[in-house]
Design a protein around this ligand. Sequence first.
Ligand code: SF4
Ligand code: SF4
Length: 304
Amino acid sequence: MKPTDNPSGIVFDIQHFSVHDGPGVRSTVFLKGCPLTCRWCSNPESQRHQPELLHFGKLCTQCGICVEECPNDALAIAGDELRRDEAACKLCGLCVSVCPQDARQLSGRRMTVEEVSTEVRQHWRIFMQSGGGVTLSGGEVLAQPAFAGALLSALHDDLGFHTCVDTTGFLPWENFERLLPAIDLILLDLKHMDDSRHREATGIGNARILENARRLGERGFPVFVRLPLISDYNDTDENLHALGAFMKEVGLATLEILPYHEFGVSKYTALGKTYTVHSRIEPKADRAASILDDYGLSVTVARR
Ligand code: SF4
Ligand code: SF4
């Protein structure tokens, strides 16, 4: 990478020693902003493109320290609630650093390619020993194409790391195609095979996602399909058979089932959002795996 070529993007988290986001032990870099609004999203703070504050009311003791420290008088205690004036708040993050209860979190900060590379590079020995590398996740990685492209090129071409991109698949094919030379593996979510049901739970239809999946399969690019399995939504026989047939037809052979979980529910309240998954029954992942096995796919179920 040339010194002049150091773009920046909004990153909301970097997790090290991940074993769920591709082969081996990895660092996962989460980019902020997503065109989808999946109801079950376990990272709802990933959806907006801009940084935002989370407030975990159950942890807050209304001690008032953050109110005193806020340089913009954006905070006030009203009854047993801490209120923030969004217009006055400059998202400086001071209230996060002074809170003794860890009741506040600032999601999203601008980082350069160099800063991200420097952070993940510390773990290169573990990547090499475990067959791991770096995964870009989100949000939707390809919603920040210039940043994602420069970061992938730095990680893959300059540092020689194995790279995965965990994507919704919703971006234009040109965005994908440009980045493929610096990607070793794509983790692609296929959430529902029916367009209207896909739209109902994610806010967008599935036509472009399926078309991108088809193109990747037909060119033999390494792809692991991921199915976030949700009861009474995409665990029906009809959807599972449609998924198996589609993957077989387009030459995608590896599928990981991610059973529904509720790890991110508290973050909805912390963001002032409402969690709208109504059927919170554990889906029958082994049954789904057995249906999909019959299509000759390599199927695994994530146990977390
Ligand atoms: S982020 Fe900064 S401006 Fe906003 S409420 Fe916290 S301390 Fe005040
Ligand atoms: S500093 Fe933390 S615990 Fe105290 S009022 Fe602010 S958010 Fe609540």
